[in-house]
Design a protein around this ligand. Structure first.
Ligand SMILES: [Zn+2]
Length: 290
């Protein structure tokens, strides 16, 4: 009898442990987003005001869930204000719009430094020589459920939405990449045919970017993307959201793969860039007298 009571007690406790977080989340999502949070989104992420109302509404719910489930930790004296939390969550959740995915299920904590942070690096070369260095970083994404960010660069990235550089989009793209089980430039894509076309297009454009980077040929994708397939996916994500017109023009198939994955077309939120002025004298460019 006693064993039966114990079993029943454990079953109830397990059911509560499973159901309580879901019930709490439902309560959180039932509330509208506080107006002060909406002001932060409008002031700090200018692209937000250009989005259609149905996507803004989706973003509110995703941000509310993100803020409810993820822990923010201020480092080197940074105070984690609502502005810090909402500005980071607002950009991170742009990557989840229109998609059935959960809100970064493996992510537990976002660590925020006031500006670029120094990280010790331990390298061993072929001869076995160990080198300890310190590297300045703007952001890092870890497979153990942490993202580390520089607040300075989070703000700059959100305000300048045309340079193709955004540390939040970059680091959270790495989080999406790792949802497939490894950080290899292919996030979870569903069917085999999706993986086939993704691999064909991305491996070709990755090889082209490596060739461009080698000879320092300018490209719409930042050359940092040539360092590995994982960095290529993160850099192409920044480009997709910040320079969609240029990416669609110069990397049409890559843009189309990203539209299938992210299920949005950021060209609908951004004005087309001004066309470059035509060179004088019918395209002939004269060298300057030295
Ligand atoms: Zn990266």
């Amino acid at each position: 009898m006693e064993a039966l009571i114990w079993t029943a007690g454990v079953t109830v406790a397990l059911a509560l442990a499973l159901l309580f977080p879901r019930w709490r989340l439902k309560q959180v999502l039932a509330r509208p987003m506080p107006p002060e949070f909406i002001h932060i989104l409008s002031d700090n992420i200018p692209i937000y005001s250009r989005m259609p109302p149905h996507l803004q509404e989706q973003l509110h719910k995703l941000v509310q869930q993100f803020l409810h489930q993820k822990k923010f930790v201020g480092c080197e004296g940074l105070e984690v204000s609502d502005e810090v939390r909402v500005t980071i969550a607002g950009q991170a959740c742009l990557l989840l719009l229109n998609r059935p995915s959960r809100v970064y299920p493996a992510l537990h904590a976002v660590l925020v430094y006031p500006s670029a942070f120094l990280v010790p690096r331990h390298q061993v070369d072929e001869a076995g020589v160990v080198t300890e260095t310190r590297q300045d970083l703007l952001g890092e994404s870890w497979g153990d459920g942490r993202v580390v960010l520089s607040w300075d660069h989070v703000q700059r990235g959100a305000h300048n939405w045309s340079d193709g550089q955004n540390v939040v989009l970059h680091e959270f793209a790495h989080q999406l990449d790792s949802e497939s089980g490894s950080n290899n430039g292919a996030p979870y894509l569903g069917s085999q045919s999706n993986y086939r076309s993704w691999a064909a297009v991305l491996s070709r454009d990755f090889a082209n970017l490596r060739a461009d980077a080698m000879v320092r040929q300018q490209s719409v994708l930042d050359h940092y993307g040539a360092t590995s397939p994982a960095e290529f996916f993160a850099v192409a994500t920044e480009t997709f959201f910040e320079k969609p017109y240029q990416m669609a023009e110069r990397h049409a198939e890559l843009f189309s793969e990203f539209m299938k994955y992210y299920r949005v077309d950021p060209r609908e939120w951004l004005p087309a860039p001004e066309p470059a002025p035509a060179p004088p004298y019918g395209g002939i460019v004269y060298g300057q007298w030295q």
